[in-house]
Ligand binder design. Structure first.
Ligand SMILES: [Zn+2]
Length: 416
């Protein structure tokens, strides 16, 4: 009930979560785990398991078991023993979907190098470049479909399930100067490391100190997590795209040494990953959430920008004014701003437990916006607004004159 009173404008008020598996069609374990997770959530919900009931009631969960069904079919025909490293990895057109998203990292880093006025730089919601949206662009239909899905639902958290290693990687996935690998953190590095740690430390195989390494890399030395770009650079990855184009945070989970485990191994693999899959979903309830509203009318404001302290990455409110900002415990100065409103700043404190801090914002409309609203309705401007505008104009005028005089004085002093 407290949820209802906290979110009257949006009875749902639930964050959106997604798991995406099988973008590499031959890495099949993710697909099987996600299918099993669907069944598990339904049966446990019906049974009344309190943890699952809570999770399902508080979260909108989206599960995509197979992003690359064509690749899966190819690998499946060969079978577990013969599928190999790459067979079935690509789409039927030969596209590797994890290199196929718009490279917004380059857009961002190029702008940082070119722009001398740092205040003009954006740090979130990077637009998709034109070349990428053209009909001829080499973009898989599966990638296009997932991008439009990402744009239609305001996801907060996601994981991208792969196989062939045992490690959780977090953005950025791409290095800045095309180095083959280099540590390339996002402004949200500490939260991403937390997310990766949550999965890795609860996975039965990863967390086993006696396990053997899969191939060459010893990820156990780093607690089974690594910055994606520090492992190997991936331009156009889904994780980087999520972070730079939308509000959504996403990590990659490499679920098992074997990309195509035998069917007899599935029950034990489910047990290995069950807790990790659940606890990772619960992380969508960390940080702060709330509503951004118009102070006068109480109406929710969509597309308001939420800025946190000195984290150089903003997120935005969604339709209805709801927002979710994933954060580690701590005390933060949070500012909400929107076009036509004066920004509001308040302190929001994030605790250690599994539910977010409520942090609502009530933004007052700017005087200019009030005037525009009145004019748009064809009404007369009230006396109070007229007077206030007059005062502001006088003050601005005096300010300009004073500045002009000061400049003259300095120039004279210089000439002497
Ligand atoms: Zn993969």
């Amino acid at each position: 009930m407290s949820e209802c009173s906290a979110f009257p404008a949006s009875p749902a008020g639930e964050p959106e979560f997604r798991y995406v598996a099988g973008m590499h069609g031959n890495e099949v374990l993710g697909r099987e785990l996600v299918l099993n997770l669907m069944q598990y959530l339904c049966s446990e919900y019906k049974r009344g398991d309190q943890r699952i009931v809570h999770l399902v009631k508080e979260t909108r969960i989206h599960l995509l078991p197979s992003m690359n069904p064509d690749g899966y079919e190819m690998a499946y025909k060969k079978g577990s023993e013969l599928a190999g490293w790459a067979f079935g990895r690509y789409s039927y057109e030969g596209i590797d979907m994890n290199h196929n998203f718009a490279d917004l990292n380059s857009v961002m880093w190029d702008a940082m190098e070119r722009e001398t006025d740092k205040s003009k730089l954006i740090n979130h919601y990077f637009p998709i470049p034109e070349y990428y949206t053209s009909e001829e662009a080499f973009v898989a239909s599966e990638t296009r479909a997932v991008i439009s899905w990402m744009k239609s639902i305001p996801f907060v958290l996601s994981a991208n399930l792969h196989g062939g290693e045992l490690v959780v990687t977090y953005p950025f996935d791409m290095t800045r100067d095309w180095a083959p690998h280099e540590h390339t953190p996002t402004p949200d590095d500490s939260f991403f490391r937390w997310l990766a740690t949550v999965y890795a430390s609860t996975n039965n195989v990863m967390s086993n100190p006696d396990r053997r390494i899969c191939h060459y890399d010893d990820f156990m030395r780093h607690n089974n997590i690594i910055n994606g770009a520090n492992w190997h650079t991936v331009p156009g990855s889904m994780n980087d795209f999520s972070y730079l184009h939308t509000n959504c945070f996403e990590v990659t989970v490499e679920l098992s040494c074997d990309k195509f485990p035998h069917v007899s191994e599935l029950p034990i693999e489910w047990e290995n990953n069950k807790e990790s899959l659940l606890i990772y979903m619960e992380q969508v309830h960390r940080g702060i959430k709330g509503l951004v509203r118009d102070k006068d009318t109480g109406a929710g404001i969509a597309d308001a920008v939420i800025k946190v302290d000195d984290i150089d990455h903003h997120i935005r409110s969604v339709v209805g004014g709801d927002y979710w900002r994933l954060l580690n415990p701590g005390e933060y100065e949070v500012t909400a701003s929107a076009k036509g409103y004066y920004p509001v700043t308040r302190m929001c404190r994030v605790e250690y437990h599994h539910y977010p801090t409520l942090c609502d914002f009530h933004l007052p409309k700017t005087l200019k916006q009030r005037l525009l609203d009145i004019l748009a309705k064809g009404g007369k401007i009230p006396k109070s607004v007229k007077q206030r505008l007059h005062q502001l104009r006088m003050r601005a005028g005096a300010h300009t004159i004073n500045r002009h005089r000061a400049r003259e004085r300095r120039a004279r002093a210089f000439r002497r």
